[in-house]
Design a protein around this ligand. Structure first.
Ligand code: DHE
Length: 497
C-alpha cells in the first residue's frame, strides 16, 4: 500500500531544511507528535520517557541527543529511529527538544493539591481482608503492556484480582509496614495508594511532572517522592496522601538538580536521596511533619545506589558509569572506590553470606558481567561472565541460588542461575526463545519464584527454587516487576528495597 504524502514527508524529512523556519517548525512538531509524544508526552512534560525540555537535557549534548534518537538508548525503552527517520528529521527533532516550551511547566503546591483524589479516606474501609489468602505471601505483578497490576496468591499461585494502574508505573511499589496498603509511583508523577484488603484505590496525587520513585518511611507515616521535573522532593502524609512539604533540590549556590532516587533507611529512621546534577547525597528526617535535610558532599554525581544491611554505607554508581563509590553514612566521606566499569545497576544489587563475610552482587548495564564484592574489604572478589548485560538480580535468604537476567542483546531470552556458595553460574535457562526473560521475585519462604516473560504476549513463570524446574505459566501482558509482601516489608536480603 502506498504511504500518504504527509507520512512520507514526516518519515523522510525531505521537506525539512537544516534551518528551522516557521513552516519547518510545524513539520517538526508533527514529527514529534507522531514518533515521540506517546512516550515523552504531547507537551514534552514526560510520560514513560523523560521530559524533553531544555532544563532536563542540560547535561546532554545535542549530538548525544541525535545519537540517542538514531540508535536508541541502552537500558531504556527508547528505540532506534535510524531506519525510520532521515538525518535531517533527527536534527530537526533534536533542535525542537532544546527549545523551551511555549509555556513554562510548573508543578507546585497548587497543582499537587488540585490533583489530589481521595475516594476512600483513611479509616473508612473495613479492616479485614475481603478474601481468603495468606496476606503475607501475596505478590503484585506490574503489567506494563496494558498498564495493569495483578494480585497473585503466593500459596496457590492463582490471580486474586487485576486492576488498572496509572500510565507507566516504574520502580518497586512500596508497602505499608503491616502489608495492608501499597503505594505505586508512575513515571509521570502519580502516586496511587491501594488497599489490598478491600481491593480499592484509596488515594491518589500527582507529585511531579517526571518522577523517579517513591519511598515510604519505616514507621509507615510518611511518603517521599523524588522528581526529575521539577527539581523537588515532595513529602506526603501517607494516610491520605496529603501534601506536607515541597523540598526544593538545590545546593548552597542555588543550582538545582534532578533526584536520582530516594529510599527509606529503616535503622536510621530516615530517607536517603542521591542527586543527579549536584555531587551530593541527602539524608532526610521528618519531625513534626517537617523535613530536615543533612547534606553529604560526594566525590562525583551519583546515579543508582544501594546500602549495606545496616544502612551504614551507601554504595553509589558514579554517573559516568565507570566506577562505584562507598560512602560512610555518618561521616559522609568516601571510604572506597570500586572498579565497576560497566555501569553497574546497583539498585538491583543483593547481598548474602559467603565464607563468613557479607558479599553484594550487581549486574551491569554495559558489560556482560556480574560483580561480586566483599562488603568488609570493599574488594571485587569475583567477576562472573554473563551472556550479556543484565538488569535485575534476585535471591532469597533461604535459597542457595541467585538469579540474574540478560536483558540486552541477542541473549536477552536467557537467565543465569548462580550458586551463592561456589560463585559459579550453574544453569542458564531460556524459557521462551526470542522473548526477554527478566526480573525474578521469590515467595516469602524462598521455595518458589516468579520470572517474567517480558512480552505483550507474555507470562509469569513459576519455578521451584530448589529443583529449578518450571511449575506453571500464568499468561500476562508484558509483566515487569513482581513484589512479594513479606519479602518487601521485612527488607529480605535477596530482593530490592
Ligand atoms: Fe528502572 C527500579 C532507574 C529504566 C524497570 N529503576 C528502578 C529504580 C531506579 C530506576 C532508581 C529503583 C526505584 C525503586 O524501586 O524505588 N530505570 C532507572 C533508570 O535510570 C533507567 C536505566 C532509565 C530510565 O528510563 O529511567 C531505568 N527501568 C528502566 C526500564 O527501561 C525498565 C526495564 C522498564 C520500565 O518500566 O521502564 C525499568 N526499574 C524497572 C523495574 C524496577 C525499577 C521493574 C523495580 C525493580 C525492583 O525489583 O524493585
Amino acid at each position: 500500500m502506498q504511504q500518504p504524502l504527509k507520512a512520507l514527508i514526516l518519515t523522510t524529512g525531505l521537506l525539512l531544511s537544516p534551518q528551522i523556519t516557521a513552516s519547518t517548525d510545524a513539520q517538526t512538531e508533527a514529527l514529534y507528535q507522531e514518533h515521540c509524544a506517546s512516550c515523552h508526552g504531547s507537551d514534552r512534560l514526560g510520560g514513560m520517557g523523560p521530559a524533553l525540555l531544555p532544563e532536563n537535557l542540560a547535561r546532554l549534548k545535542k549530538d548525544q541527543a541525535k545519537k540517542a534518537i538514531l540508535e536508541g538508548r541502552a537500558a531504556t525503552q527508547m528505540p532506534a529511529f535510524s531506519s525510520t527517520l532521515s538525518a535531517e528529521s533527527v536534527s530537526a527533532l533534536a533542535e525542537l527538544i532544546y527549545q523551551p516550551p511555549a509555556t513554562e511547566p510548573v508543578w507546585g503546591r497548587t497543582e499537587i493539591i488540585a490533583s489530589h483524589l481521595l475516594p476512600h479516606p483513611a479509616g473508612t474501609l473495613p479492616d479485614k481482608p475481603a478474601y481468603d489468602a495468606d496476606m503475607m505471601n501475596l505478590f503484585l505483578v506490574v503489567e506494563i503492556g496494558d498498564h495493569h497490576v495483578t494480585l497473585l496468591d503466593g500459596d496457590s499461585m492463582l490471580p486474586v484480582h487485576r486492576f488498572a494502574s496509572r500510565y507507566a508505573l516504574h520502580g518497586g511499589p512500596k508497602y505499608s509496614p503491616d502489608g495492608r496498603f501499597v503505594y505505586f509511583g508512575s513515571r509521570d508523577g502519580w502516586i496511587t495508594k491501594y488497599d489490598l484488603y478491600n481491593l480499592e484505590v484509596v488515594a491518589e496525587v500527582r507529585a511531579g511532572i517526571n518522577m523517579r520513585n517513591i519511598a515510604v518511611s519505616a514507621d509507615g507515616h510518611h511518603l517521599l517522592a523524588a522528581n526529575y521535573l521539577p527539581h523537588t522532593l515532595v513529602l506526603f502524609d501517607s494516610d491520605n496522601l496529603d501534601l506536607l512539604e515541597i523540598i526544593p533540590v538545590e545546593n548552597d549556590a542555588g543550582e538545582s538538580s534532578r533526584v536520582s532516587a530516594v529510599y527509606a533507611a529503616p535503622p536510621r529512621g530516615s530517607f536517603i536521596a542521591a542527586l543527579k546534577d549536584i555531587p551530593e547525597a541527602w539524608e532526610i528526617t521528618v519531625e513534626n511533619n517537617r523535613a530536615r535535610v543533612r547534606r553529604m558532599e560526594t566525590d562525583t554525581w551519583l546515579d543508582d545506589f544501594f546500602f549495606d544491611p545496616g544502612y551504614e554505607h551507601l554504595i553509589g554508581a558514579a554517573r559516568d558509569g565507570k566506577h562505584g563509590l562507598v560512602i560512610d553514612m555518618d561521616t559522609g566521606k568516601t571510604i572506597a572506590n570500586l572498579p565497576l566499569p560497566g555501569m553497574p545497576h546497583l539498585g538491583s544489587g543483593i547481598t548474602w553470606d559467603y565464607q563468613g563475610s557479607r558479599v553484594m552482587a550487581t549486574p551491569h548495564f554495559r558489560t556482560n558481567a556480574v560483580s561480586i564484592i566483599d562488603m568488609n574489604t570493599w574488594k571485587v572478589i569475583k567477576t562472573l561472565e554473563t551472556a550479556g548485560p543484565g538488569f535485575f538480580m534476585r535471591s532469597h535468604e533461604n535459597s542457595r541460588y541467585a538469579w540474574v537476567d540478560v536483558f540486552f542483546g541477542p541473549n536477552k531470552d536467557k537467565v543465569h542461575v548462580i550458586d551463592k556458595q561456589t560463585l559459579e553460574i550453574v544453569k542458564t535457562l531460556q524459557p521462551a526463545p526470542g522473548k526477554v526473560a527478566a526480573h525474578v521475585e521469590f515467595d516469602r519462604y524462598g521455595k518458589k519464584l516468579l520470572l517474567s516473560i517480558w512480552d505483550e504476549d507474555g507470562a509469569v513463570i513459576v519455578y521451584n527454587a530448589d529443583t529449578l524446574e518450571e511449575e506453571k505459566r500464568i499468561p500476562m501482558t508484558k509483566p515487569s516487576g513482581k513484589y512479594n509482601v513479606w519479602n518487601k516489608i521485612n527488607y529480605e536480603e535477596g530482593t530490592s528495597h
